[in-house]
Write a protein of this length. Sequence first.
Length: 417
Amino acid sequence: MRLKKLLSGSEEWVMSQPDFEELMSRITFNPDSEVSRRIRRMIEKKGRFPHKVDIGGFKFKLKIYGGLKQLPVKLEEGSKPVKHVWVNDVILRYLPYNIRTLHGKRYIVKTITVDSAKGKLVPKDIIFEDLTASNLIGDDLKDLVLKGKCQTVPAIKTSFRIISKGSDIPYHTIVVEQEPEAVNYIARGEKEVFVPSEGRYMKLPYYYVVGSFNIPEKVKNALLNYSRDFTRGFILELRVPSGVTNIIFNLDLTDEKSLTSLLKYRFTEYVHLALHTIINTIIRNEKWNPRDIEHFVDVKVDLDEEFRIRLKEIFSEKIDEKEKYRFVIEKLLPRILVKVVIGSKADLLKGLDWGEINTKELENLGDRDFECELIVPRCYIKPEFVEEYDVYRKIIIALTNKILDDIRYAADKVKTY
């Protein structure tokens, strides 16, 4: 936002559309939150609004007045920008090799240019390239994209670090770091599998990696400086409930290299969608801005080489589907750990009555209404095929109940300290 001083000495605010969107999306800080208390102490000490605040040794820039950094999107280096993108969206949607649509035309992100400022790498421009004329990917892969048979999905390494230890345990200050590793091209197929929870064979989609492109180290390090942020809230560690193991059977497990990537992608997506149902319920009940609540998911799959070989054998051999199911529950599930963070910089969740958050109506919603419950603004995880396959609804509801129970347990512990 620019402040223009007129000759008369008066001041006029000149606001662009991106500035307006940023202003409308800013959160209102809880005056009793940890952030607000530190800001007040620094104002009393230095007599001015602080540029940074230190919480538990983690220094972060205040974005209330300073705003979020935007990167210009250009169709070629040196050209005028065609749009601007928030840096926190770049990791999720605009990494090199990502496919984007602009004015109905398909583009591929060719590169992100990087500058060096004060000893740090800084992202500068996002360069698009016409997908049909691009040589970045092969013709076979390009054809799949143009026909809508595969989509680009970022592979992101998410790290959570608790930095607060105090009377509000287990309500923590949590540092979140998202490091982009690659962009995967994921295609969808369909096969008939036995679904134990349904007691019958069903045609279900499965997903497989048809292309993977690593993010250049320079770009990765530059974006990492902007991905590091904090939130105040709960961090949960979940073991995947046995009732959601149907997801395993929707994957192509014959490709050893793509196994971990696909497992993480699918579990992360379903846990993410379950979180969305909780967030949307809170938004309705409390009449909050969706941007006031932050959520992050990471999935760890601990598969050593010996286990990978055995898993590949199990799914390539002609073994009864029920026997495969038993193997998944007893051997694979204990190796999958899901970490969930739900929080708010304004400490809104700390005082929330979680007993009032009721998601029982999810089971009775129509397909379109249920799909709406799975969408949170500005989150890159979107529902797919939910209205087509009833088993997915059951998976999401099972995960919703599991996450909500764990949050209630954690919230009750906060009140007892």
